[in-house]
Design a protein around this ligand. Structure first.
Ligand SMILES: [Fe+2]
Length: 235
């Protein structure tokens, strides 16, 4: 089953659960092939954990800039006709394309991230995901703690992720724009720990932000949909 707002390019190497930062109609936006996907909720929907001001800047300024920069950088190149996930995988690890990778990966990471949050989130994951988490971590609580520890421990800007490596769940962290997608891992969930994600609301208290996001905003249903999609890919 396709998740609303998710595209799955048929020739994607990583079979990404990619939200709607995708090719816009060439008829209407011939010079801007990638578009900023709308937030899946209102700016104030995640309050009080994430303020409307933070969400508005994070999405409307930071995410938008990554999308716009990617469009500028790929214009007229061999990358211009690729989907966002293809641009990420094509530029990963290439020093000559570092700037494109950084912007494209950040565009992808943010498109994914918005779906990892929801109003009145948190709580217990759906049964199939819960069982998979218990296989890997022993308990959902241990998984939450590993995710929080990873997010808090990431030195400087970056992301913490719950991913599938092969058929096993694990927690990883990535620096700056790095994304597990470029490492052949399959992301189920992420937390953004760039300062722009929390500084207006929490200043230097990253741990308070991370714990509140995990407890109150985590969209376990989105993670479960990703798990089901990846499982179907292996059939
Ligand atoms: Fe961010």
């Amino acid at each position: 089953m396709e998740t609303p707002g998710i595209s799955q390019p048929s020739n994607s190497q990583a079979r990404l659960p990619l939200p709607t930062t995708e090719k816009a109609s060439m008829a209407t936006q011939a010079m801007a092939p990638l578009s900023l996907p709308p937030l899946p909720y209102a700016d104030n929907a995640l309050e009080p954990v994430i303020s409307a001001k933070t969400l508005s800047f994070h999405h409307g300024k930071h995410h938008r800039t990554y999308v716009e920069n990617t469009n500028k950088l790929i214009a007229g190149t061999e990358l211009a006709d690729l989907s966002l996930d293809q641009i990420v995988t094509a530029t990963a690890g290439r020093a000559d394309h570092a700037n494109i990778f950084n912007n494209a990966a950040q565009a992808w990471n943010h498109s994914f991230y918005w779906h990892c949050l929801k109003p009145k989130g948190g709580g217990e994951p759906p049964t199939a995901l819960k069982q998979k988490i218990e296989e890997a971590f022993g308990s959902v609580d241990t998984c939450r703690k590993e995710l929080a520890s990873s997010a808090i421990a990431q030195f400087g800007s970056g992301w913490a992720w719950l991913v599938l490596e092969g058929s096993k769940l694990k927690v990883v962290k990535t620096a700056n724009a790095e994304t597990p997608v470029a490492q052949g891992l399959r992301p189920l969930l992420t937390i953004d720990v760039w300062e722009h994600a929390y500084y207006l609301d929490y200043q230097n208290k990253r741990a308070d932000h991370v714990n509140a996001v995990i407890d109150k905003l985590t969209n376990w249903e989105f993670a479960a949909e990703n798990l089901a999609r990846f499982a179907a890919d292996r059939l």
